[in-house]
Ligand binder design. Structure first.
Ligand SMILES: Cc1ncc(COP(=O)(O)O)c(C=O)c1O
Length: 412
């Protein structure tokens, strides 16, 4: 049978990342405390115009810290796009604010500036701009509206580390931004994130929040370090039909973590999300950061190969990016009315395309807890059901692209 292709499951991990995680597992004294967080923050600061960088255990924790540091009056409206992850509105709720959803543009999957004009009310003080799947949003128009409406802009760069808009790095446009080093992001330390800002007061407040929240527990850190190795075992045993069972057991027995904890699906705030990034995970993130340009060049090359292979197929819309942008294609997102059938058909050919970002608020079943009102962002609701996310990460080869594209052509 053809090699199994997954879009998820620690996709970024290369052999050197696995060896680093393994060697760190054997050095428990380096798990939580050490100098790596400061080093990572210096690297990030250099990349983002000497901004202040404050690393946390997750992107969602970074966002919550930014919002808390802004000291907004309770119930402040925070505008964000639909077609996002529940952890984003959760962070808005956790900090006493109210999510206000804006619809997306079908072509780019990013916030629609026209709908932003409609959804804005005087109660809104903050605008979160998400660069979905690594394709930069229309910053000219969104920033112009933000300026006119006196909105504080936070860029959600969870999918977009390294992307540029008109030659300028995303993450450098607003008052603050945040990155994610989650398991299926541009670079990964399994859990991890970083807030960036040029506002020294916000940075100082965020450091105080981090001190208050403290360091993560040792077992939690070990759980993340073990994640890439465990998933390698999962992948290896899929061939003999054990992978799925192992994966489910791994989560149930808490050998590996959930990317969205079951408690977050009901809106709760796990403390582990807002702590200081542990030393060992910072070392994993630094190691991946050093490879960032190669990782992103690979994603771009894979995306252009998909475009070459898939152009002209009836019933399938290929991703379009804003002009003058350099996207990083966290995923290569197709739209088709037969998305479910396509994914089922691909599965038979041993290509598992996964269901990440296939609902208006991901994961499925979280729209209500995210205070999303059904019908309020019709384009996002429709498009979410039509999306099929193809993998682009470093372990995807040009031969895989040919194979996946053939599968798509047969399945459409
Ligand atoms: C658009 C977006 N923003 C923020 C996050 C949160 O990042 P993290 O998983 O590091 O908390 C995610 C996670 O998937 C996301 O998709």
């Amino acid at each position: 049978m053809a090699r199994l292709i997954f879009t998820g499951l620690s996709p970024n991990a290369e052999r050197d990342d696995l060896s680093l995680a393994t060697s760190l597992l054997l050095r428990p004294w380096e798990w939580v405390h050490g100098p790596a967080v400061e080093k990572l923050e210096r690297i990030i600061s250099t990349r983002f115009d000497r901004a202040e960088a404050v690393a946390f255990t997750s992107g969602r924790g970074s966002l919550a810290a930014i919002l808390e540091a802004l000291h907004l009056p309770a119930g402040t409206g925070v505008l964000l796009q639909a077609y996002s992850c529940v952890v984003v509105p959760n962070a808005i709720h956790w900090t006493g604010n109210t999510p206000v959803y804006v619809d997306i543009e079908e072509e780019t999957l990013n916030m629609d500036p026209d709908d932003l004009e409609l959804k804005w009310t005087p109660a809104c003080r903050v605008l979160i701009i998400q660069h979905t799947m690594g394709r930069p949003a229309n910053m000219d128009r969104l920033m112009e509206i933000a300026k006119r409406r006196e909105l504080i802009v936070i860029e959600d760069c969870a999918h977009a580390l390294g992307a540029t808009y008109h030659g300028k790095e995303v993450g450098t446009f607003g008052r603050a931004a945040f990155l994610s080093f989650g398991r299926d992001k541009i670079i990964s330390s399994v859990f991890g994130g970083c807030a960036i800002t040029h506002d020294a007061k916000i940075a100082e407040e965020m450091r105080a929040i981090r001190t208050r929240e403290g360091a993560p527990k040792r077992w939690w850190t070990a759980q993340q370090l073990f994640h890439p190795l465990f998933l390698m075992m999962v992948k290896a045993t899929y061939r003999i039909g054990l992978g799925r069972l192992l994966f489910v057991l791994g989560k149930k027995l808490r050998i590996i973590s959930y990317s969205v904890h079951p408690a977050e699906r009901t809106g709760s705030r796990p403390r582990a999300m807002s702590r200081i990034l542990p030393n060992s995970l910072a070392l994993l993130a630094i190691h991946q950061f050093e490879k960032l340009d190669r990782l992103n060049a690979h994603r771009r090359q894979i995306a252009s190969l998909y475009t070459k292979e898939l152009t002209g197929i009836t019933g399938v819309t290929l991703p379009i990016s804003e002009p003058n942008t350099a996207p990083v294609f966290l995923r290569y997102t197709l739209c088709t009315e037969h998305a479910v059938e396509m994914m089922q058909c691909a599965r038979k050919a041993n290509v598992r395309l996964g269901d990440w970002y296939r609902t208006v608020i991901a994961p499925a079943g979280t729209a209500k807890i995210a205070s999303y009102t059904l019908g309020s962002c019709p384009t996002a609701e429709r498009v979410a059901l039509q999306t099929v996310n193809l993998p682009t990460e470093i372990n995807v080869t040009p031969a895989d692209v040919t194979r996946i594209s053939k599968v798509i052509q047969t399945c459409v």
